[in-house]
Every structure is written in structure tokens, then in C-alpha cells.
Write a protein that binds this ligand. Structure first.
Ligand code: HAM
Length: 474
């Protein structure tokens, strides 16, 4: 029997699981577009509500920087999640679901000086006086779960999750965005870096994206990074006057971020800045070379980008991004990731290396739009039951069909034949099953094709209709 697209591809259990994953995680991030109060104590807190009043204000809309995802667009989300789950599970990654909010200290370990933590977090004090935050990203929660449960290593986890960042909304940048990602915890082996990067690359390729470049860098060990940061700070101090004014404060706090600046004055002044890859220890250099050799050997093209710093503080050794040339540069990163060999320890665990990536679902779909990839898959409705003889047949037959694995929809409210046939056309079904008074008397169902202009019709005995459709739709 024909099974519709995703179901046939994955099997029902997996589809359902993926659905749960993607869909059950959507939460309301707080008051409409509301900035968390500066003391972080009001956002998300329940406030006593007066009895309902009729309001003359405009109807509610999704909060600023958030979006509703409705069919048929949501079917592309399902397809994307399914593709991702298939690829990462084939590489041994298992789904991890952890809470959307954590003790704020978990996220502070990402780096207090980063924008994500310092400026963009949705945090609040809950009714039990616990200071918590909605997750701005997926790595810290997985690392916290690792420390708590101590699974056998390497522990290979994947997730699909909303993330919350109070950013300035624009196309491809939202206050609630969604990521799929993986984290592989417990092995320093550079071949694991190659695996993680190729999984991300293969995911984008499986969606049909071609205009994608892999940018690669190494941040070295923590000690390399500290040594390099000092050298760079001195170099930048000497050129302070040439940098864009907005970037000058970063010399003291985050000199490496100056290199990441998109401002023309800063870019011009830092063209020949010292490169971190020239300051790597032997250990970090050997690691980086092995990663490059692995990518070359598996046919993955790489652009070395010594300015690739990334916006989170936990990175060591490999950092990488997969960037789309089909999107505006400011939002063109589809996948970002790297190693974080100190994060687990900073969360109270034993020294344990880790590597992973996160990929923004909205951005990936924007890139798919730009490249005309991943069209919305067909809906799952194959048959539409049209009943103008009281509705009992539609009620019973649609349930019988679904139980037999045939997607079935019907009209409600005793609508006219014309209205039901219109609904059948809109539903995407291939076949209408029509039950009128004559069919009711004869114990038959009229099976009518809805494809093209040809509306051929045959009468089939009611008892045989499921078997007949099984063959017709196969
Ligand atoms: P990230 O680069 O901050 O890294 O985010 C990962 C991806 O999420 C970005 O490359 C982008 O596609 C998407 N993204 C981020 N912010 C937004 C936004 N405001 N609106 C839309 N999309 C956005 C991380 O989050 C790390 N946890 C990645 C990682 C995992 N590193 C190691 N393991």
C-alpha cells in the first residue's frame, strides 16, 4: 500500500517522534516583544490577571522577533527535521531532550562577556526565587546533562530546540529561533571533529543546498588562546586610532572579536593582524592538521579562515562555519560549531573534551528558498470522503481508512455536495469517496479521481472499498 512521503520514508514511529521533537518544544518566550527588566526579575513572571474585559486594542500578534509556522511551510520543517534525524542517527547520535530553562549559571559558563549571555538572555526569577534563563543555545544544556548523568563516552547527542536571544530582529535573525544540533562529548580525537563537520555538511547537501562554503579555523588550546589574545591586544592597541570607534572597547575585553568585525575601517586596519594559526602549540597544530587531512580525504572543500572567532567563549581547537552564498552576509551562517574542551569542567564535571554544532532552522530554510531547494512535501491526506447522506458513512469510513494506513479527511457540518467537493480539491487528496442517497441504498461508494481534469468514477461495494483503495493508491 502506498504510504505518504515522510511516513513511508521513516516509518510512523520515527515521524511521530520527530514531530514531538520539533513541535512540542515551542513555548511562549514572554510578554509581547518585551525586554526583560534590567534586573531580570519581571520577564516571564505570572501576574494576577483581572477578570476578562473586552478590549478595543488591536488583536494580539506573535511577539516581536518571533514567527508562527503554519502549513504548508511547517511541512518543510518536518522534512528538514526528518532529514537531520536520519543523518545524525545513522552516525550514532541519540536524541536528547532537556528543559528549555536552566539555572542561569549554566549559561553564564558560555562566557559572561559574550553578547549572547551579557546582553541577550531571557532570564527571570521564578516563584521559588530561583534565577533561571531560557536557553539561548543548545550546547550548555547538553553539557549540564552530561555532568549530571555521566553517560559512557563518547556520548553523542542530537537535539532540535527553540533558542531565545534578545536580538534586533531582521530577516534570518529572531528572538526565538530554532536549532538542530549535535554534541559529541568525551573524546579529543581530531577524527571526531571531521565526523561532526561532515555530518553538518551532509545535512545541508541532503536538503539540496549547493552554495555552501566550509570555513575552518583553530583557536588552539586554552593556553594558546591566552597567549595569542595578549599578543593581539598589544598589536591592536598600537592601531587603536585606525579602528572603527565601536570596536575600540573590545581591545580590552575581547580583542579576538575585533577581527570578526564587519566594519570597513576595522577590517582595513586589521588585514595583516597576527593570526592565531601562527601561534598554535605543537599539540594544537597537529590536531588541526589531522582535521584538515581528514576533510581532504573525505572530499570536503575547506576555506581556512583565521578570522573565524565565533561569538561564544567556550571554543578551543577547531571552529567552523558553513556559510551560504545565497543569503545576505550578516545572516549567512547556516551551521556554526567547534570544540569546547573546557566547558564540561566549568560546569563541575571532570576535564572532558567536546565538539558540536548548531544549525539555525529558519536560516537553512531561507537558503533553501534562495536555492529553490526542499519544496513543501505533499500532505498526508490521500482520500477525501464526501458524504451527503447524513454523515455516518464519512465518520466511520474515514476512521476505518486511517486505521488501514490510508490518509483520509472529510467535511463536517452537513455541507452541500458542491462545498464538500471543493474541500476535497483543496485537501490535496488524490481520490474522493462519494456517498449519496443512491450509494447508501446500494451499499456502494463512488470512487472518483481528483487528479487532473479527468474525473473518472467507479462504484465499489462498501465492504471492498479499503482493499480497492489499497491497490489504487499503491
Ligand atoms: P551559534 O553560532 O550562536 O552557535 O548559533 C548556531 C546557529 O544558529 C547559527 O549559525 C545560526 O544559523 C543560528 N542562529 C543563531 N542565532 C540566531 C538568531 N537570532 N536567529 C536565527 N538564527 C540564529 C551556537 O549556538 C552553538 N551552541 C553551536 C555549537 C554547538 N557549538 C558547539 N556545539
Amino acid at each position: 500500500m502506498r504510504q505518504v512521503g515522510l511516513v513511508r520514508w521513516l516509518g510512523r514511529d520515527r515521524l511521530w517522534r520527530t514531530r514531538l521533537n520539533g513541535w512540542a518544544l515551542f513555548v511562549d518566550p514572554g510578554p509581547q516583544g518585551g525586554r526583560p527588566a534590567s534586573n531580570g526579575r519581571s520577564a516571564g513572571r505570572a501576574v494576577p490577571v483581572a477578570s476578562p474585559v473586552v478590549s478595543s486594542s488591536p488583536p494580539f500578534k506573535a511577539p516581536v522577533g518571533t514567527r508562527d509556522v503554519l502549513p504548508p511551510e511547517s511541512r518543510r520543517w518536518e522534512a528538514m527535521l526528518t532529514t537531520f534525524a536520519t543523518i545524525v542517527e545513522a552516525a550514532g547520535y541519540g536524541l536528547v531532550q532537556s528543559p528549555l530553562f536552566e539555572d542561569i549559571e549554566v549559561f553564564r559558563r558560555i562566557g559572561e562577556g559574550t553578547d549572547v549571555v551579557g546582553k541577550e538572555m531571557y532570564d527571570f526569577v521564578d516563584r521559588g526565587q530561583r534565577h533561571v534563563a531560557l536557553r539561548p543555545e543548545g550546547t550548555a544544556p547538553v553539557a549540564r546533562a552530561f555532568v549530571q548523568h555521566r553517560p559512557a563516552t563518547p556520548w553523542k547527542a542530537w537535539y532540535a530546540t527553540p533558542c531565545f536571544r534578545y536580538e534586533r530582529p531582521q530577516a534570518g535573525r529572531y528572538r526565538q529561533h530554532h536549532q538542530v544540533g549535535v554534541e559529541a562529548i568525551g573524546s579529543p580525537d581530531p577524527d571526531l571533529d571531521v565526523e561532526v563537520i561532515t555530518v553538518g555538511r551532509d545535512h545541508l547537501a541532503a536538503l539540496g543546498l549547493r552554495r555552501v562554503t566550509l570555513l575552518l579555523n583553530s583557536m588552539g588550546t586554552r593556553a594558546d588562546r591566552t597567549r595569542y589574545t595578549e599578543a593581539l591586544r598589544g598589536w591592536l592597541e598600537d592601531r587603536r586610532g585606525h579602528l572603527a570607534e565601536e570596536d575600540r572597547d573590545k581591545i580590552a575585553t575581547h580583542p579576538m572579536r575585533v577581527l570578526d568585525s564587519k566594519r570597513p575601517a576595522t577590517r582595513a586596519a586589521t588585514g595583516d593582524a597576527p593570526r592565531i594559526t601562527d601561534h598554535l602549540s605543537d599539540e594544537a597544530g597537529a590536531h588541526f592538521e589531522r582535521v584538515q587531512a581528514g576533510l581532504a580525504s573525505t572530499g570536503t572543500d575547506v576555506v581556512l579562515e583565521p578570522r573565524l572567532v565565533r561569538g561564544l567563549d567556550y571554543y578551543t581547537h577547531t571552529t567552523f562555519e558553513l556559510v551560504s552564498s545565497a543569503l545576505e552576509t550578516a545572516q549567512s551562517t547556516l551551521v556554526g560549531g567547534g570544540r569546547y574542551d573546557g566547558l564540561i569542567e566549568s560546569l563541575g564535571g571532570p576535564p572532558t573534551p567536546g565538539i558540536g554544532f548548531g544549525s539555525g532552522i529558519e536560516r537553512v530554510l531561507l537558503a533553501c528558498d534562495a536555492e529553490e531547494a526542499l519544496p513543501a512535501p505533499e500532505g498526508a491526506v490521500q482520500v477525501f470522503v464526501v458524504d451527503v447522506a447524513g454523515g455516518e458513512a464519512a465518520r466511520d469510513l474515514s476512521i476505518e481508512l486511517r486505521r488501514a494506513g490510508i490518509g483520509a479527511e472529510r467535511a463536517f457540518d452537513a455541507r452541500s455536495m458542491r462545498a464538500q467537493m471543493k474541500a476535497a480539491d483543496r485537501s490535496g487528496a488524490r481520490v474522493a469517496l462519494i456517498i449519496g442517497e443512491q450509494e447508501e441504498v446500494d451499499g456502494t461508494v463512488a470512487v472518483r479521481s481528483l487528479l487532473g481534469d479527468e474525473r473518472s468514477q467507479v462504484a465499489v461495494p462498501r465492504q471492498k472499498v479499503v482493499a480497492h483503495l489499497g491497490e489504487l493508491l499503491a
